[in-house]
Design a protein around this ligand. Structure first.
Ligand code: ZN
Length: 338
């Protein structure tokens, strides 16, 4: 079975001859950029360079997927956010907000042909053409909660979840159309699956707020976007995995703050799990033995796709990801009984 099929089967918890490996978030480190000869910030702004760096996730590290959207800002830049694309050792960021809550949000008609979106769409097409037979091509979109942080600023957005929840709901209803448009364009460009990032982290979004603002929208996105979605939320998500499980989303990319056996117990039998390997303790400073042990523990707990919990720190050694992937590939599994 090709890596692509292993990855996609694992997303749906279907049988695979060996465990799947990969991640829905950035795999870029300083030493990986040096290996490939492609660097930030150009890799965010040029499709050829973006595709070349993303391809290393498979060719250098041995993951079963490639994913070229390394930052969180592409569609927000296309919406009009003034993104600072960072430097070789610094991820992109944006300090200015675009709207005040209550303003009418305008989705540009040429959203998808603006550089923020276009570069990523072109990179996905290049990856599909070059590697699509062999590995899974994964794209990335952000849900309306994260887009709300981006266009309003975190504080303005969050305070209105309390002061004017209806205005927040109206804003999210508009912003989710950005998610759907960009998702459909990525599928058309060749994405097999998409990461759906929505930063409904525990410290910024209570389980009640997840339920009241997001659960239905995640369910709707799952129904409207015609490819498997991998929901990514950082931090301790144990209080909302039971709600995520009810959305029908096929896969959850989880943070090591949730122990893998807990994540599996909360996720039930249907929701597949990706990640859960600590960036700090394992990817950044894990010894060979710790990495081997981590893979063993994740597989024993029923994690379906072995990989880092979130975007890897730029100063991590990429050899640790390579070892993690190789270690996972070396295990054989026997069909669906897990
Ligand atoms: Zn994350």
């Amino acid at each position: 079975m090709k890596p692509r099929d292993i990855f996609i089967n694992a997303l749906h918890r279907r049988p695979t001859p060996r465990p799947a490996t990969g991640t829905a978030t950035s795999i870029v480190t300083m030493d990986l950029m040096e290996k490939v000869g492609v660097f930030f910030p150009q890799a965010h702004q040029d499709a050829e360079q973006m595709a070349a760096l993303a391809a290393a996730g498979h060719t250098e590290l041995g993951f079963d997927n490639v994913m070229p959207l390394f930052s969180v800002w592409h569609e927000s830049a296309a919406l009009g956010c003034k993104v600072d694309w960072g430097e070789v050792g610094r991820m992109p960021d944006c300090r200015e907000s675009l709207y005040k809550m209550g303003d009418a949000i305008r989705i540009p008609r040429d959203l998808l042909s603006r550089p923020g979106c276009k570069v990523a769409l072109d990179a996905l097409a290049l990856l599909r053409e070059r590697y699509g037979e062999e590995v899974a091509v994964v794209g990335k979109v952000f849900g309306p909660w994260t887009l709300g942080y981006h266009v309003f600023g975190v504080q303005e957005f969050l305070i209105h979840t309390l002061l004017d929840p209806d205005a927040v709901r109206r804003a999210m209803a508009t912003l989710k159309e950005v998610t759907v448009q960009f998702a459909n364009a990525q599928i058309e460009a060749g994405a097999d699956a998409l990461c759906l990032g929505d930063h409904a982290t525990r410290d910024l979004c209570s389980p009640g707020a997840y339920r009241s603002f997001l659960q239905e929208i995640h369910q709707e996105l799952n129904e409207r976007i015609p490819c498997p979605l991998i929901l990514h939320i950082c931090g301790d998500t144990s209080d909302r995995i039971p709600y995520i499980r009810e959305t029908g989303l096929p896969c959850f990319h989880f943070d090591s703050k949730v122990p893998a056996p807990t994540a599996r117990a909360l996720a039930g039998e249907r929701l597949s799990l990706m990640g859960g390997t600590s960036n700090l303790d394992v990817i950044r400073r894990g010894t060979h033995e710790q990495i081997v042990q981590d893979v063993k523990e994740k597989l024993a707990a029923g994690v379906d796709i072995i990989g880092p919990e979130c975007a890897v720190p730029l100063d991590a050694p990429c050899a640790n990801m390579k070892l993690l992937a190789a270690e996972a590939r070396a295990h054989a599994v026997n069909g669906p009984a897990r």
